[in-house]
Design a protein around this ligand. Structure first.
Ligand SMILES: [Zn+2]
Length: 426
């Protein structure tokens, strides 16, 4: 299995992340099928939707036993090139208009080398085409010197509204349309008509200090990686229940899309794979378990973590299990207990991330999946600093703990859940 750093390097956009996930799973023996084909239940399968979401599963021997799962998301906050608009020349540079996707820490995108990656869709000779592109060292966004902010109440300039442009150099022209630019970047024939442009601007540097890793997209590619790691580590073992991992798209903008966690995708997948009657289907869901895997805030050396009760999890202290009375994370006594039982029986170091009920915090796909699919769900992940920044910071020891935890969830959560339900008479 490739390292987390390599996985992130090969995943500069959600489109690339899904492509990398499929490639790694295929290397480990998964067959890639199309969603429109019949789903088989006799071998490990991976398939994708909209090229930005994927499901991979190892079928169990008894479909009525339900499924265990680790569910994460493939998208991260970034800047994206506008679908229309035009380039402008500025001396030896060209500016390309862009806009934020979700909530990036915008000041961190300034004055640093940025890459461009994503997908360009086009129509050529009566056919549609889809091209993944990745340009390393594409450009930069200059900040404003403090001299230019005198007389305003701003200390540092942060782009807003129509301010977003990325500067680049190359064989472009003043007033070149985004479609022309996309054709040039994607090496798409001039006679093609560009039908959609989805290109992200993000950082690419990965730095390691001992066990501390600073890298783009740790939220949430660290979870996507851990879920794949957990699944491929169990290829040779058979279980009665099916083991599944899923990377949804659009978590960062609310999940209400076809490839997002709020749609019927998950239930439809299980209906098709299990082939169970309506009656058996519902009881199999009651036996199924989902770990919603996403990053959580670690203790900042000066500021702590506003929305988390003390003690706030620290880097290197172990993976985290997230819950609290606010219910912004999926929280039931028995699901949190199943997660902790798996940590305890596998010697996995974990920390509790307990949200303050009176403080606004983040959210995940956890409750979206729990409320929308009837499943038993727990929220978990790795602690990180600088979440939504251009590069985020984590500890590789926590990543390793989380890799092992994902393997434990996939292998044992249905069994531990059954014991809990027995005790609860449910
Ligand atoms: Zn996230």
């Amino acid at each position: 299995m490739i390292s987390l750093q390599e996985f992130i390097k090969r995943s500069p956009s959600p489109w690339h992340a899904v492509q990398t996930a499929i490639a790694v799973l295929k290397e480990h023996g998964f067959a890639h099928v199309r969603e429109s084909e019949p789903f088989v239940s006799d071998r490990p399968i991976v398939y994708s939707r909209d090229r930005t979401q994927f499901i991979a599963y190892i079928p169990g021997t008894t479909t009525s036993a339900g499924f265990s799962s680790v569910q994460s998301h493939t998208d991260s906050p970034a800047l994206r090139i506008l679908q229309n608009g035009e380039l402008k020349s500025n001396g030896s540079m060209f500016t390309v208009p862009c806009e934020p996707y979700s909530g990036p820490v915008l000041s961190r995108w300034l004055d640093r080398p940025l890459q461009l990656a994503g997908q360009i869709s086009y129509y050529l000779n009566g056919k549609l085409g889809f091209k993944l592109v990745h340009v390393d060292k594409f450009g930069f966004i200059p900040s404003l010197a403090p001299h230019m902010l005198r007389g305003t109440d701003q200390k540092d300039w942060v782009p807003e509204n129509g301010d977003f442009v990325v500067c680049t150099t190359g064989d472009y022209k003043d007033k070149m349309s985004i479609s022309e630019f996309a054709k040039k970047i994607g090496e798409i024939p001039a006679e093609a008509v560009v039908t959609a442009v989805n290109l992200e601007i993000s950082a690419f540097e990965c730095t390691q200090f001992g066990n501390i890793l600073q890298c783009p997209r740790l939220d949430n590619l660290a979870s996507v990686y851990a879920s794949i790691h957990g699944l491929v580590s169990q290829m040779k073992v058979q279980t009665p229940h099916t083991r599944m991992i899923c990377g949804f798209n659009n978590e960062e903008v609310g999940s209400q899309t076809r490839a997002g966690a709020e749609g019927p995708f998950l239930i439809n997948w299980w209906r098709r794979v299990s082939g169970l009657s309506e009656k058996e289907f519902s009881s199999s869901l009651a036996r199924s378990f989902a770990a919603s895997a996403d990053g959580g805030h670690a203790n900042h050396p000066i500021k702590g973590a506003g929305s988390c009760n003390d003690p706030v999890p620290v880097l290197g202290g172990g993976m985290i299990i997230k819950y609290g009375q606010k219910q912004n994370y999926a929280f039931t006594d028995h699901c949190v207990s199943v997660a902790k039982a798996i940590c305890l029986s596998n010697n996995i170091k974990f920390q509790n991330w307990i949200g303050r009920s009176y403080k606004m915090g983040g959210g995940t796909i956890g409750n979206i999946v729990a409320a929308g699919s009837d499943m038993n769900v727990v929220d978990c992940g790795i602690p990180m600093l600088g979440m939504h920044s251009c590069v985020e910071t984590c500890d590789l020891q926590d990543v390793e703990a989380f890799n092992n935890y994902c393997a434990g969830i996939l292998m044992d959560s249905c069994k531990v859940l059954a014991q809990a339900h027995e005790e609860m008479m449910e």
